[in-house]
Design a protein. Structure first.
Length: 84
């Protein structure tokens, strides 16, 4: 399955690969699948007053939200909200 990562804010280039691997692993572990085509769009942003919060959502190409997540900007702690 194709995963399209869309970063919407400033981020450290060194963190991108690690976070994308982490989110890919979550998708595989939870067996998340899109309802259309064979692609997921993963929208990510680093937010918070200290740029220390990672927020994002995983979408089907039809824009249906499959999962939302939030946690530390390094991805070490994530809260997942599935089946929306």
């Amino acid at each position: 399955m194709k995963k399209n990562f869309i970063w919407q804010s400033n981020f450290e280039e060194s963190q991108v690969e690690d976070i994308e691997i982490l989110i890919s692993n979550v998708i595989e572990e939870r067996n998340l699948v899109p309802c259309h085509l064979n692609q997921l769009d993963i929208i990510l942003a680093i937010t918070g007053p200290l740029d220390n919060i990672l927020e994002g959502q995983i979408l089907c190409t039809c824009k249906k939200v499959i999962m939302k997540f939030e946690g530390s900007s390094d991805g070490s702690k994530l809260t997942l909200e599935e089946n929306l």
